[in-house]
Design a binder for this molecule. Structure first.
Ligand SMILES: N[C@@H](Cc1ccc(O)cc1)C(=O)O
Length: 608
């Protein structure tokens, strides 16, 4: 059996000491102890030998180092510390690396892709790569680069954002593996990737633990000297203590992952240098001064190499501006989002297609897995007839493959050529928040696999949710083609609701799912979060975040959804009765006479 975390378990009385490669030992309670098999030990050893061989080749100059490769492609801006130290660390040790994203909006934007690409590259070169969702840090908000405090978000908004970005990170990971395979990077046993959320540890971190272990090493002078702090202190608004301490929380994340998962390297956006530096200082302070002798590292006792291989290190990616000086990802004042409900796949394709000739080679290096030599060939082709935009098409297609998957990437490409043949544009119905009507979402994206079923937001009117059985709700949300299909799905236990039942409609910090059942309509209502949001999941990937508005507003916006203003209630009832047999009692039929039109709420049209 595979152990719960990294290798090196050693039994001792009631506890298991897990020795991480950096020498720290975490005590696992008996409930989390797992045994390891001979096979696991063998594979671990093989992976170590392979790494050592590779290091020898790199040192002999017959193989390129990870850092050199990243530098050649333009990913490295500022290294926190010495370049050669980082190069040596990445060469000699299969370290863990992480990139954090705070879910302060419902989607990541193209700017997030850059540090994540480093993570993806390192993953396909055998490193343990972790994308961290800042579920807790997002509640404070990184003050870097901000002149004002972030507005407080309603907890339902925050949780929906967290859910959406979590799904985004997960589905991009699946696409990374697929894309990389196309370039000959085949999965190996030692590769490891994960999406984790800092609410798992920060929410139960005692304040005293943070102050004692980390706070004792943080110098006020250093904190006060940071540009963000100085600017904010000089402003009228000033700065809150919570924002001031944001870097401490980010540092704790790293310390937590350093000590439990061997995550020794942090990569961040161009503005993250200060936070990464603070994290390195914090980890060094804690590991050298920890009160627990099992965790404390006494460097004097280590040999030079051993001490070196325990050091935390990090770097930032460059800030991207187009050759005309515009910040990358901003198009006419709007950010380009990775959620296709906000920036459609077609628009994302168009964004990359508009890349200037002077930028396209650089972007191809940054946003694709295409080998540099092949990029040279593509550029040569491109330069023969720049107006054909060969390089831009390659770029747009590769980015779409990464973000939305191959099927959608191909569709966006086809849609582009259709538009250039005929002149038409899709103009989805959206409201001010970028939500689309169920009809549009369903037509635009028939579900078949995870690629075309990312998190979807849609609006539904109250009457299609309240007092409705689950199979009806599933149908109205476009998650199933008919109510009877919905009925079968609920019977199989294949539909879930986000949040916990219990009248309050709140949920924990993680989005929890409970299986839906054939309960009566009022039960569904208990899962509504903050009065207006319902999250439904079908199977593993289809998640819909439903914003509930009044019927009047739905009507006013001209939106539509399956089952809205249904004109043929008799058909609906016949199919329902057929498939549901006993479930639909005579009572229901009596309540909704067959030839009766559904009365419109708020309208003065009486049923015939
Ligand atoms: N502060 C980072 C996000 C982040 C959050 C938590 C971390 O541990 C790391 C990074 C940003 O704003 O981009």
């Amino acid at each position: 059996m595979i152990p719960h975390t990294s290798p090196g378990l050693l039994q001792k009385s009631r506890y298991t000491y897990q020795s991480c490669a950096h020498g720290l030992r975490t005590i696992l309670p008996a409930s989390q102890r797992r045994s390891i098999t001979q096979n696991y030990i063998k594979k671990t050893l093989e992976a170590k030998i392979a790494w050592a061989r590779q290091a020898t080749d790199i040192k002999a100059g017959t193989k390129e180092s990870m850092l050199t490769m990243l530098e050649k492609r333009g990913y490295v801006n500022q290294i926190v510390g010495e370049r050669d130290d980082l190069d040596r660390l990445l060469t000699e040790k299969r370290v863990g690396v992480y990139v954090g994203v705070d879910p302060t909006a419902p989607s990541m934007h193209v700017g997030h892709l850059l540090p994540l690409m480093v993570l993806y590259w390192m993953y396909i070169h055998g490193f343990h790569a972790c994308s961290l969702l800042g579920g807790t840090t997002a509640q404070i908000g990184d003050p870097i680069g901000r002149t004002t405090t972030r507005e407080k978000q309603h907890s339902s908004v925050r949780k929906v954002n967290m859910l959406k970005i979590h799904m985004q990170l997960k589905s991009i990971w699946a696409h990374v593996e697929h894309s990389a395979r196309g370039y000959g990077y085949n999965w190996e046993w030692a590769w490891k990737r994960e999406v984790t959320n800092n609410n798992a540890w920060l929410n139960k971190l005692p304040a005293l633990e943070l102050l004692k272990l980390l706070g004792s090493g943080v110098r006020l002078g250093t904190m006060l000297g940071r540009d963000t702090v100085k600017t904010r202190m000089d402003s009228k608004e000033g700065m809150s203590f919570s924002e001031f301490t944001y870097p401490l929380l980010q540092s704790w994340d790293w310390w937590h992952m350093y000590s439990t998962k061997d995550i020794q390297v942090q990569v961040g956006g161009s503005d993250q240098f200060g936070n990464i530096l603070a994290g390195i200082d914090a980890i060094n302070h804690i590991r050298h001064n920890h009160y627990d002798p099992l965790i404390r590292q006494d460097e004097q006792k280590f040999e030079e190499r051993e001490a070196f291989l325990k050091r935390p290190m990090g770097f930032t990616v460059p800030i991207l501006t187009t050759s005309s000086g515009v910040k990358f990802g901003k198009s006419e004042g709007n950010a380009i989002w990775l959620d296709r409900e906000i920036t459609s796949g077609f628009d994302l394709y168009q964004f990359f297609l508009r890349t200037a000739d002077s930028d396209v080679h650089r972007y191809l290096k940054l946003f694709t897995f295409e080998p540099l030599e092949d990029l040279e060939t593509i550029m040569e082709e491109h330069n023969k007839a720049p107006s054909k935009r060969i390089a831009q098409h390659k770029l747009a297609h590769e980015v779409l493959k990464l973000v939305h998957g191959e099927t959608l990437a191909n569709e966006a490409k086809q849609e582009h050529s259709r538009i250039f043949n005929k002149s038409f544009a899709t103009n989805p119905q959206t409201d001010d928040d970028g939500n689309q009507s169920a009809d549009y979402v369903n037509k635009a994206a028939p579900f078949s696999n995870n690629d075309n079923a990312p998190t979807q937001s849609l609006i539904l009117p109250k009457s299609l949710i309240y007092n409705q059985s689950m199979h009806h709700v599933l149908y109205h949300a476009g998650l199933v083609a008919s109510r009877s299909e919905g009925y079968r799905l609920v019977s199989k236990g294949g539909a879930y609701l986000g949040a916990r039942p219990g009248g309050t409609g709140t949920m924990g910090e993680q989005v929890d799912y409970s299986p839906a059942a054939h309960w009566n309509g009022e039960e569904t209502e208990k899962y509504i979060i903050g009065d207006n949001t319902l999250i439904i999941r079908v199977g593993k990937w289809k998640v819909k975040v439903i914003k509930i508005i009044s019927d009047e507003e739905f009507e006013e916006k001209g939106l539509s959804a399956p089952g809205w203003k249904e004109d043929k209630p008799e058909e609906r009832i016949t199919t329902d009765i057929k498939s549901m047999k006993t479930w639909y009692s005579k009572k229901y039929v009596a309540k909704a006479p067959i030839h009766q039109k559904r009365p419109q709420r708020g309208s003065d049209v009486e049923p015939a």
